[in-house]
Design a protein around this ligand. Sequence first.
Ligand code: ATP
Length: 503
Amino acid sequence: QEDIFKKVISHAKEYGYVFQSSEIYDGLSAVYDYAQNGAELKKNIREYWWRAMVQLHENIVGIDAAIFMHPTTWKASGHVDAFNDPLIDNKDSKKRYRADVLVEDHTAKIEAKIEKEVKKAAKRFGDAFDKTQFLATNPRVSGYQNQIDTILKRLAKSLENEDLADVKALIEELEIACPVSGSRNWTDVKQFNLMFGTKLGASADTAMDLYLRPETAQGIFVNFLNVQKTGRMKIPFGIAQTGKAFRNEIVARQFIFRMREFEQMEMQFFIKPGTQKVWYDYWKEARLKWHLSLGLGEENYRFHDHEKLAHYADAAADIEFRFPFGFKELEGIHSRTDFDLGAHEKYSGKKLQYFDHEENESYVPYVVETSIGLDRMFLAVFSHALEEEELENDTNRTVLKLPAVLAPTKAAVLPLVKKDGLPEIAHQIVDELKWDFNVIYDEKDAVGRRYRRQDAAGTPFCITVDHQTLEDQTVTLRHRDSMEQQRVAIPEVGTIIAEAVDM
Ligand code: ATP
């Protein structure tokens, strides 16, 4: 699995998707740049989300709030006091860990044991194998599962009670049973605030301390009444936005899974108090459907319902995805009650209430939020798409099977040879298609190699212009995933691509 993840990272670099930030200066940890193809893929994911959330919902509108916000925002939201990670240092290695992540790494090891048992049994029973039944009836497996549950429950409880000594004790016990960090010499667990501070204003005495926003949600909350009034929005309604967020993450690994500067796609849905359960369930299902629509495989998603709730929530669940390093959070759905709007009312002294004409009463709405990391979604799509395929004639090909709707380049136009007027026709096709799609022209190397290059870059179609084209105005359209080739008339090509990349 580690090898697969390494391949994902090197492929992302080699094919112009993701670079380490400031690489010529040896990089900056947990900060990444999106390259020529990465920027397109990221934009396409953002648009796919925006279309589903804003364009297709008459009662959801989108905004684009500033990254800088008045500092009191973060007092009200609870981020100044409670946006902390529990940290622990290893005295021998001088390495710093997030205590909760360290514990989760232990449970991941136990989970790997379960997977191993499942694989073994599946092999033994063949077609008759029923995973659910096996998990429920095998005592060793349920023993492992109980271990995981006990550990996670204890972690959640001690974090909730701020019992940091017990978090340390738990780590020490686990390290004895099954070392993850390879050492047992720990400092105490300390809380560490994740917000980045900066200053606004030039002169030292008037400068104002600011934070870079750690989530985009607060830009929506403080604008709630502005949008509601100017947009004449009626509850239930939503406000969506995408944008950068910043967190001084300590566990800086796993590539773009956990970054210090990242992008969120969030939607706050404002509802009548008392209806939160209905809307929470609605959005859990709606968001899972959105994920499934991309065809990355139902078996690669699961819900994780939170037992330990953040300070603002009365219910919370993650949609987890099977990344190359296991199931991890991809998106959160949170029932945030009136916590945020209520707190902003209190701190600003301004009323943030909605007048409900039907009920003839004013109230502070409740909120159900959907929050997904764009970079994490990028990693989910990209890592799932990367395949090493064995072909019939004993050769391999590397192919990036991105959903066509998200692929950075939809088609490559290739003249079979660099003469006889073929490049001219290929250029004409590019000039025609480029108004509707990202297309590229490529004439370098033998056509087979060009196909492989486009396979690895994730381009769903290749259009090849050959000598027959001169006679009958047809081209070869090659499909990336099946490698099938079909002969089509030039004017048809655009229609076929349009159908494939339709949202
Ligand atoms: P985690 O537990 O992984 O730190 P979180 O629960 O703090 O995540 P939220 O605050 O709920 O995350 O943020 C919503 C979404 O934003 C997450 O589901 C994730 O996709 C994304 N996200 C959060 N932190 C990061 C980060 N450091 N880098 C990239 N994406 C992130």
